[in-house]
Design a protein around this ligand. Structure first.
Ligand code: DAS
Length: 328
């Protein structure tokens, strides 16, 4: 029987209602999480490793990097078929994408969470863990990178978004759709992720800040980011990546200091592009020293830029080469 390692990090999936505090709080150990899933032992030999037990608002890029090291070292064991990560859904898509960018092996890594706590009348955690282990142990899931598995549906880490604050069907891949689904007897894929990139930074050294475009905004947040000593800034623009024109001076100051500025889009899909030539357009931002990112959200683009600049810091001063990596 195949062996699957389950790393637990926390999230609603491991929370119970606390009478005194009046809400859900971390309460379930990794072992108890797995024990609450009927039939799990028939899918794989499951070994649980508790990485943390926190709400996912406590996740940080450094913790994601540490988690990735632990996953990759577990997968290096020839006995291990795949890994499952339990995680809070709030930042799940960020951790999944981060892990995907560092995941070079063919072995499946499935990130899973739940929208209802373990003490809820009808918790979704046990069924979600079941599906995640089923997927991690499946031959069909090999070579597809890091997958997000919730509500019986399988998504690519690079395309998935949390779309509803409370509904169990919250995870969607807008415009692309899921990769497949878990059925009772097997895991079924109908497409595979294309164009994944894998990086190999020795450590996560680059600091990158994310600034969402806001109507009427000036360059002050860019200047603040520069004052904090960041190596990169991601600006999440509108539509094709257009931003308030008053940010352009800040972009020029960042570029003059060798700080990489990458434009993303807040649209659910599509790329930023130099379609326009007016002040604040991507064409204008590029003239001031920015480069465009690809289809990833601002939050995901920030993580990618951290990884890219940690591996190749010289790209901060090479806009053409940086854009090639970021927009692919
Ligand atoms: N409790 C939140 C979190 O940790 C939400 C969740 O897990 O669903 O992200």
């Amino acid at each position: 029987m195949k062996k699957v390692i389950v790393f637990t990090t926390g999230g609603t999936i491991a929370m119970k209602y606390d009478e005194a505090r009046g809400g859900l709080v971390p309460a379930v150990s990794g072992e108890d999480l797995a024990a609450a899933v009927p039939g799990l032992g028939s899918l794989a030999r499951v070994e649980v490793r508790e990485f943390s037990n926190v709400a996912s608002c406590n996740m940080s890029p450094q913790k994601m990097f540490e988690l990735s090291l632990q996953i990759e070292s577990a997968l290096a064991d020839s006995e291990v078929a795949g890994a499952v990560i339990t995680h809070g859904t709030d930042t799940l898509e960020e951790t999944a994408y981060f892990l995907d960018l560092l995941h070079g092996s063919d072995k499946p890594v499935c990130v899973v969470g739940a929208m209802r706590g373990a003490s809820d009348t009808s918790p979704d955690g046990p069924a979600n863990i079941y599906c995640a282990v089923q997927t991690a142990a499946s031959e069909n899931a090999r070579g597809k990178g890091v997958l997000v598995v919730l509500n019986n549906v399988i998504h690519a880490a690079g395309q998935v978004r949390k779309t509803h604050s409370a509904n169990c069907a919250t995870f969607e891949s807008p415009w692309w759709g899921p990769l497949g689904y878990c059925d009772q007897d097997r895991v079924i894929f109908r497409r595979a992720p294309v164009g994944r990139q894998v990086f190999h930074p020795r450590a996560l050294t680059a600091r990158v800040d994310l600034i969402p475009a806001q109507t009427g905004l000036g360059p002050e947040y860019i200047d603040f980011a520069l004052s904090r000593g960041c190596q990169g800034i991601v600006i999440e623009g509108y539509g094709r990546g257009n931003i308030p024109p008053a940010l352009e001076d800040g972009i020029a100051r960042a570029a003059a200091q060798g700080v990489a500025v990458v434009i993303a889009t807040r649209a659910f899909a599509g790329r930023p592009y130099e379609t326009y030539a007016y002040p604040g357009s991507v064409g204008d931002s590029k003239k001031h020293g920015a480069v465009r990112g690809g289809e990833a959200s601002g939050a995901k683009t920030r993580l990618k830029l951290m990884i890219v600049l940690s591996e190749r810091p010289e790209l901060a001063r090479d806009p053409a080469a940086l854009e090639k990596v970021m927009d692919s």
